[in-house]
Write a protein that binds this ligand. Structure first.
Ligand code: AMP
Length: 281
C-alpha cells in the first residue's frame, strides 16, 4: 500500500489507473478506523479494481474547535488496518493541502443540510459536502462507499452527486455494531467506560421504536415516545433529538407508511453519538 499526502500525486495515480481502464473505489473517512470503516473497504474492494481510502479530519465540518481538537486520531493504526484490508492507496493530506490559504469556495445542499443534524450542527454538512467535492475531484472514483450509520450524511451526499451530475455511484452500506448493539464510531474511543455503558440505551431505544411499529402503532409521536422513554430512563444520557422521518426526503413522518428512519442523537459523557434504524410502516 502506498501512503499519499500530496493532491498532485493522488490525482496522477488515479489518472493513470483510469487510463488503464481500472475502476476506482473510494472510501472517505476521518480515520481512527474501526470495523464499520473496514466493512466499507471490503465491499468496495469486491466491486472495484483499485481501492483508495482517505483519512482526513476535516476542520470545516466541526462546529467547535474543541470538538475538532479532541477528535481521535491514529494515523499509524489506520495505515496498518488499511494494509491488512488490501487497500491500494491511503490518502492522508494536510489541512493546508485541502484548504490552501485563500480558499473560499463551499458546496452546500440547501434544504436537506438544514434539518436534524444540520440544525444541531450548523454548517456541518456544508463542510462535509465541500470536502467530499474536493476529494471526489481528486480521486474521481466510479464508486464511493458510505455508511448508513450517518444516514443524513449519505442522503445529503447522494443529493449533491445527483444535483451536480457527478459521475459516480454512492453505495450506502449497513451499520456495523458492537456485540451489545452500540454502533461502531470513532468517537466511541473517547467514551469513558461509564458513558460507553450508558450508550447501550441507544440501540435499545431504536428497538423499542421498532417494537412499537411491529405491534401496530401508527402515531409518529407514540413511536418517538417509545424510543425517548428508553433514553430518558438512562440518566447518563442527554438527548439532542429523536425524530421519525421519511427515508428518502427526511421530511417528518405524518402518517406511518413506507420506509422511515428513526434517528437519535444523544450525548454520553459529553460525547455526541448518533444512530438510526430503518422502519417499515
Ligand atoms: P467517519 O470516519 O466517521 O467520517 O466515517 C467514514 C465513513 O464510515 C462514513 O461513510 C460513515 O458513515 C461510515 N461509518 C462510520 N461508522 C460506521 C459503522 N458503524 N458502520 C458502517 N459504516 C460506518
Amino acid at each position: 500500500m502506498e501512503i499519499v499526502r500530496r493532491i498532485r500525486s493522488m490525482k496522477e495515480i488515479c489518472r493513470q489507473a483510469r487510463e488503464n481502464g481500472r475502476k476506482i473505489g473510494f472510501v472517505p473517512t476521518m480515520g481512527s478506523l474501526h470495523e464499520g470503516h473496514l466493512s466499507l473497504m471490503r465491499r468496495v474492494k469486491e466491486l472495484a479494481d483499485v481501492v483508495v481510502v482517505s483519512v482526513f479530519v476535516n476542520p470545516s465540518q466541526f462546529n467547535s474547535p474543541d470538538d475538532f481538537a479532541s477528535y481521535p486520531r491514529d494515523p499509524t493504526g489506520d495505515a496498518d488496518l488499511c494494509i491488512a484490508e488490501g487497500v491500494d492507496y491511503l490518502f492522508m493530506p494536510s489541512a493546508d493541502e485541502m484548504y490552501p490559504p485563500g480558499s473560499q469556495t463551499h458546496v452546500e445542499v440547501y434544504d436537506l443540510s438544514r434539518v436534524l443534524e444540520g440544525e444541531s450542527r450548523p454548517g456541518h454538512f456544508r463542510g462535509v459536502t465541500t470536502v467530499l467535492t474536493k476529494l471526489f475531484e481528486i480521486v474521481r472514483p466510479t464508486l464511493v462507499g458510505m455508511g448508513q450509520k450517518d444516514a443524513q450524511q449519505a442522503a445529503v451526499v447522494k443529493r449533491m452527486v445527483s444535483d451536480l451530475m457527478m459521475d459516480l455511484e454512492v453505495l450506502v452500506l449497513p451499520t456495523v455494531r458492537d456485540a451489545d448493539g452500540v454502533a461502531l464510531s470513532s468517537r466511541n474511543r473517547v467514551l469513558t467506560p461509564d458513558a460507553r455503558q450508558a450508550a447501550t440505551a441507544i440501540p435499545r431505544a431504536l428497538d423499542a421504536a421498532r417494537a412499537a411499529v411491529d405491534s401496530g402503532e401508527r402515531e409518529a409521536v407514540a413511536i418517538i415516545a417509545a424510543a425517548r422513554a428508553v433514553l430518558e430512563a438512562e440518566p447518563r444520557l442527554e438527548i439532542d433529538h429523536v425524530q421519525l422521518v421519511v427515508a428518502e426526503s427526511f421530511a417528518p413522518v405524518v402518517e406511518v407508511a413506507g420506509e422511515m428512519l428513526l434517528l437519535a442523537a444523544v450525548k454520553a459523557g459529553g460525547v455526541r453519538l448518533i444512530d438510526n434504524t430503518l422502519l417499515r410502516g
